[in-house]
Ligand binder design. Structure first.
Ligand code: GDP
Length: 139
């Protein structure tokens, strides 16, 4: 039986530091199968669209300009209980509060430059995966 799916992006800070491969290794060793993967760069308009859900938040503009500042690595991942287990693997939004061994504890610098995104629900995982990947990019 197939597991459920989640969506992730390795953010510009982590790609710039060259730790994208190390993060993908940790993700795979934690039992997630990579269904789709690429390196790309968002325009400001694309970042605004992706994060539309956060448009009322005070950090919306900073978030969108950061997320369009450099290359990112989006991916669709599969595992039983994918959304919840992946949120555990990445750790708290602010790396200062993240548990030891989590991706944000290992690689994030700050609450804004926090290395990685993980969907917060099955519904958003599907919407976010569809934002980046067509049918023929998923295996
Ligand atoms: P997540 O689900 O753990 O990624 O956290 P949220 O959904 O609350 O926030 C989305 C993203 O916005 C976070 O991953 C951060 O990159 C960014 N963010 C959250 N809080 C702040 C903040 O106070 N300032 C800035 N600049 N960015 C923030």
């Amino acid at each position: 039986m197939n597991g459920s799916r989640t969506f992730t992006m390795i953010k510009p800070d982590a790609v710039e530091k060259g730790v994208g491969g190390a993060i993908l290794k940790q993700i795979q060793e934690s039992g997630f199968k990579i269904i789709a993967l690429k390196q790309t760069k968002l325009s400001l308009e694309q970042a605004q669209k992706f994060y539309f859900i956060h448009r009322e938040r005070p950090f919306y503009n900073d978030l969108c300009s950061f997320m369009s500042s450099g290359p990112i690595i989006p991916a669709i991942l599969e595992k039983e209980n994918a959304v919840e287990d992946f949120r555990k693997l990445i750790g708290a939004t602010n790396p200062a509060n993240a548990e030891a061994g989590t991706i944000r504890k290992n690689y994030a610098e700050s609450i804004d430059k926090n290395a990685i995104h993980g969907s917060d629900s099955d519904e958003n995982a599907q919407i976010e995966g569809n934002f980046f990947f067509t049918e023929v990019e998923r295996f």
